[in-house]
Ligand binder design. Structure first.
Ligand code: SF4
Ligand code: SF4
Length: 475
């Protein structure tokens, strides 16, 4: 018997498509394959009966070809064959492939010159008691982190070294020495190191910009919009807003740094959800090359937590920007909405995730004392420690974490078509919302499914109108 498989159907530019689960492949339907799926939506069917039933509308050979294509794509399946049981030999050790490290995030300081209300490092939902760790990473620890990075990178040719904080630029001395060391080591090892940093830009000055330009450092500026929006939460300790101080610095950076696009990263809150105007200000008035948005990570009861109507408002504007991105791309022009591009890249790569992100696998965070954590957001948390840069990764602990966090362990996600993209969502958000990294982020399922559907439609429309653009913009 034939049975419909697991997929999400969508249309793009008038054509029917399937997003196949769990393979994450995108499959274009023709009229015959669509009819086969419609017939199977009524219930299981015996292959000959199915072909005969459709033979009044399509040549028999076409129906058979369509069935074969759909079977090969796992959009439909044969259900009456006994399945061979793949039982491992008793006691056989589970083979686990080590994922090489490709990105190391150094939290060079936990100190910040701002006091943003919603900050996950200092704010009401912080998970790390900063007082137990040094506030600044010293040069020896940073160098050891670089050695750790190359050791864990294995055969990978390229490694990304990302500086983070606190306010990253408060430890500029260590940025300079550790990047110089990383470049020298990379040259000895025949590898490439790609540096980047995140900053609030209030401390940017000429000397730092010279270093950024000379070292081709990618920069992301945390910024929430125009003066009113920025100054609502991004404030100094005395309550003063940071917009006036950062703006000239950001302009100078964009003006001088031409080899790497400068991006903005916006935190959306209940009070700051005017995505379109934020995008226009940051991209068109200020000149950021890309603008990415993330809803604030916090528990429900906070005053700035986004509630259901806020998520809806955010979604409709994301969809509007995705439409603009499509128009620009079809016209061969750049559009800087990061969120749509990154989801489309995941779709294009056919990523079917067992885990929501690379945290703890290809990406790790290092705390100021050299403790290694899942990612920068967990850096310094003893509960989420995976090892140290001095002693390496505790692989037994890492394996146990990933056994517990595999998508197959998230029973709530078992029937969700969006799981190849979402895989339960960010561990940090789950920890903040539900008190456990193991919990899937069920508060945003509708959001993520609608957003993924929007991105699939954009992807399909590009495939219909100019498939060459998929390669050019998303590969
Ligand atoms: S968290 Fe929700 S959207 Fe994400 S995979 Fe699980 S069920 Fe699907
Ligand atoms: S756990 Fe969350 S914050 Fe950390 S890398 Fe993954 S998605 Fe990002």
């Amino acid at each position: 018997m034939l049975r419909k498989g697991e997929y999400h159907a969508f249309t793009a530019d008038g054509a029917g498509y399937l997003y196949l689960v769990p393979s994450a492949a995108v499959f274009r339907l023709n009229e015959t394959s669509n009819a086969v799926l419609e017939a199977l939506a009524e219930g299981d069917a015996e292959p000959n009966a199915l072909a005969n039933g459709l033979s009044t509308r399509f040549p028999l050979a076409d129906v058979r070809d369509a069935v074969e294509d759909l079977l090969n794509a796992h959009a439909i399946k044969v259900v009456d064959l006994p399945r061979p049981l793949a039982v491992p030999a008793p006691g056989a050790p589970k083979a686990r492939k080590r994922i090489p490290l490709t990105t190391l995030v150094l939290n060079v300081t936990s100190k910040c010159n701002l006091a943003c209300t919603y900050c996950y490092e200092y704010g009401e939902d912080k998970i790390v008691e900063a007082s137990t760790k040094p506030r600044f990473m010293d040069e020896a620890t940073a160098r050891q982190s670089v050695d750790f990075m190359f050791a864990e990178a294995g055969e990978s040719k390229k490694v990304h070294l990302t500086f983070f904080g606190g306010e990253t630029l408060m430890n500029f001395k260590v940025l300079k020495s550790s990047l110089a060391y990383a470049k020298a080591r990379a040259a000895e090892l025949g590898k490439d190191v790609e540096p980047s940093l995140t900053t609030n830009a209030t401390l940017l000055r000429e000397e730092i910009i010279d270093w950024i330009v000379a070292n081709d450092v990618g920069v992301t500026v945390s910024m929430d919009g125009d003066k009113e929006k920025q100054d609502r939460f991004r404030v100094f300790n005395d309550g003063q807003g940071s917009y006036d101080m950062m703006l000239p610095n950001v302009k100078m950076l964009i003006e001088r740094h031409k080899t790497k696009p400068v991006g903005a990263r916006v935190t959306l809150t209940k009070q700051n959800l005017d995505v379109m105007s934020i995008y226009n200000h940051l991209r068109n008035d200020i000149g950021f090359w890309e603008v990415g948005f993330a809803p604030v990570t916090t528990s429900w009861q906070r005053d700035y937590a986004i509630q259901d109507d806020g998520f809806h408002l955010m979604l409709t504007q994301f969809q509007q920007l995705a439409g603009e991105w499509l128009e620009h791309t079809l016209a061969g022009k750049h559009h800087g909405f990061t969120n749509v591009r990154s989801t489309l890249q995941e779709i294009h790569k056919g990523m079917s995730k067992a885990y929501p992100c690379g945290a703890g696998l290809g990406l790790m965070g290092v705390a100021t004392d050299g403790d290694v954590a899942l990612c920068h957001r967990f850096a310094g948390s003893d509960t989420h420690k995976l090892g140290t840069v001095f002693d390496g990764v505790d692989h037994a602990h890492q394996d146990a974490f990933f056994d517990a966090h595999h998508i197959d362990a998230k029973t709530d996600c078992a029937k969700c078509w969006a799981r190849p993209i979402c895989a339960g969502g960010c561990y940090h958000e789950a920890h903040t919302r539900y008190g456990s990294t193991e919990q899937p982020n069920l508060h945003y399922c509708d959001w993520i499914r609608t957003w993924t559907d929007t991105c699939l439609q954009v992807y399909g429309t590009l495939a219909e109108r100019n498939p060459e653009l998929l390669q050019r913009y998303l590969a």
